[in-house]
Design a protein around this ligand. Sequence first.
Ligand code: AMP
Length: 280
Amino acid sequence: MKVEPTVKGLRAAVNIAKKDKKFVGFVPTMGNLHAGHITLVKEAKARCDFVVVSIFVNPTQFGEGEDFDSYPRTLNADLDKLMDAGADVVFTPEVADMYPNYPQQTVVTVGDIANQLCGLNRPGHFDGVATVVSKLLGMVKPDVAFFGQKDYQQLAVIRQVVADLAIDSDIVGIPTVRADDGLALSSRNGYLSEDERKKAVLLSKCLKKVGGYLLQGDKDYAKLEKAASKFLTESGFEVDYIRIKTPELNEPTAEDTKWVVLAAAKMGKPRLIDNMTFGQ
Ligand code: AMP
């Protein structure tokens, strides 16, 4: 496994792999790797000949007052895990390598799909994600890039960007990896106290419960959202949103038979997000 801190080194390593006709997979991350990230890497390894993983905490997707400075950075432990998972190249740029001109004159701005859910309380977040992912895809030029369904809206935004900008990489979404009690794994779970960690599981339980009602035929979406929000608030969460959407992130109607329930809520310091898909 090669660790490449520079864009030049990364491009050279990928070019050699491509000359050897290797099918290139890519997993972008912000590090502090857990079993969710490693599942993405293993899936990439299973489907591709050559796997690039990036570790980069991207400043442009963090808003003011968010946790950019304190975001957990655990490079040595991450590299050990990636070695075990079979990554071929780990790209570990500094901010100055990714953004030689900062702030950039060119940014990727995403429309309606970004201006809802997490986009409402995190203005500019998805433009930051879209811009850095576009750059990373331009640097690695992977045949396939892997993203977690845990960040459902992010995955939808990236699919949109790749389609709109004609980026020549397939995008694959990987199901959310959860702890035994159902909490979606996240680097930000490390901020939870013992007591908060116990309560945090109620987020996934609540999504499941809403899904149960949907599957029973309850289509009063606004009522379900309101009841779920009340439950989470009473359980100690500071709710950002809990919404029922179509899988394409449109507003559902009475005709819909497949839904995604998405939520974002703070439990103590960390803002947790989760989602589940129901129906067919
Ligand atoms: P992050 O480091 O948080 O930016 O995440 C890097 C990638 O890992 C993104 O595509 C995430 O959606 C994905 N990911 C994060 N948590 C999980 C999880 N629990 N299960 C599956 N994928 C995940």
